[in-house]
Design a protein around this ligand. Structure first.
Ligand SMILES: NC(=O)c1ccc[n+]([C@@H]2O[C@H](COP(=O)([O-])OP(=O)(O)OC[C@H]3O[C@@H](n4cnc5c(N)ncnc54)[C@H](OP(=O)(O)O)[C@@H]3O)[C@@H](O)[C@H]2O)c1
Length: 321
């Protein structure tokens, strides 16, 4: 089979789509023919070597986490899937493997593809949608009627977070984005939009129950000023500050600081599928690249200009539901 491999950390040009060995799967795993996959920031951070303390020095590596496809074989201990099932899933980002013709995935990291979504849309869901859902629900404890600020509201995570906060959790949503994305933020459901290129976020005269800092461009000491008493600041980048210093500081305040470390749990996939079935979440697909153009896809992803998600077609049939 073919897959996108890299032999060293570096720029997008290190990614090569080439023949690799056939995948091996265990009795607890699924062998899936990939129709589409998508690009998440963690993919290019791993490719660049930003996370090499965790991803290690062993090469070659296959890049990619999120995918959709069709089950080809199910190990004998697999209970919920059978060959022919249309699925979407997410591999451990540090190990990668999703930018490939075939993937081997644990049952827990796979879900049936929502009926109304194409393979391309489904491949865009896992990391972005589950991060949005877990951040709002588990870290933020979001409730109907609360006011949520989403800083970076039109990229992968943000575009999903606006829709879930507004349509599923029934919150009031203020989005923050650049000038060119204001219309998109409103179309996704934002009640108000702050243009960070022109407006000063810090002079907003409202306070928020949740400050979801998707773009990770603020800090807890700054965000506190915009939080209601008992409000929560949620940051997306694990670091010494976000994991230890800010939570420690927040022990002395009713305004809490939390960092999202995504764990993909089955009950969250199920809730995500319910939200999709209810019609509350659509995927914004910015661009679709054939897998042979993975270098261009990563260049675009790193430009910071992405509206929604970037998808990769692996099979020419991926446009079919
Ligand atoms: N910890 C975890 O478990 C976890 C899980 C998923 C994602 N993440 C992280 O979350 C971050 C966002 O992921 P993503 O997939 O949403 O990335 P993305 O698709 O690249 O979106 C980034 C967003 O940031 C916005 N932005 C850029 N500069 C900004 C600024 N100064 N103020 C406000 N917004 C700004 C962009 O909007 P404009 O285009 O309008 O500028 C864009 O909407 C990444 O760093 C990713 O690694 C962490």
């Amino acid at each position: 089979m073919k897959a996108v491999v890299f032999e060293r950390y570096g720029p997008p040009a290190v990614l090569k789509y080439k023949v690799v060995g056939e995948p091996v799967f265990t009795d607890d795993q699924l062998l899936i023919q990939v129709k589409a996959c998508s690009v998440n920031p963690v993919d290019f951070k791993i490719r660049r070597g930003d996370l090499k303390m965790l991803s290690g020095k062993k090469f070659p590596k296959v890049n990619g986490s999120d995918f959709s496809g069709v089950v080809v074989k199910a190990g004998k201990n697999v209970k919920r899937f059978q060959p022919g099932d249309k699925v979407y899933g997410s591999l451990n980002a540090l190990r990668g493997g999703a930018y490939a013709e075939m993937v081997v995935a644990d049952e827990e990291l796979v879900s049936l593809k929502p009926e109304g979504m194409s393979f391309i849309e489904a491949a865009c869901l896992p990391i972005a949608a589950l991060t949005a859902l877990k951040s709002l629900k588990d870290l933020g404890g979001i409730k109907a009627g609360q006011h949520v600020l989403i800083n970076g509201c039109t990229g992968g995570v943000g575009s999903m977070a606006i829709q879930m906060a507004k349509k599923y959790f029934d919150a009031k949503v203020t989005g923050v984005c650049s000038t060119g994305n204001i219309d998109l933020a409103k179309a996704l459901g934002a009640d108000q939009v702050i243009d960070y290129k022109k407006d000063d976020l810090w002079s907003a005269d409202e306070l928020f129950d949740i400050f979801f800092d998707v773009s990770a461009t603020a800090t807890y000491p700054q965000a506190k000023k915009l939080l209601k008493p008992k409000g929560t600041y949620i940051f997306t980048l694990p670091s010494l500050q976000s994991m230890f210093v800010w939570p420690l500081l927040s022990l002395f305040s009713f305004r809490k600081s939390k960092v999202i470390l995504l764990k993909k749990q089955r009950e969250d996939w199920e809730l995500l599928n319910d939200i999709i079935d209810l019609g509350y979440l659509k995927v914004v697909v910015d661009k679709v690249f054939p897998i042979e153009e993975i270098e261009a896809a990563h260049e675009y992803a790193e430009s910071g200009k992405v509206r929604g998600k970037i998808a990769i077609i692996v099979s020419k049939y991926s446009r079919l539901a």
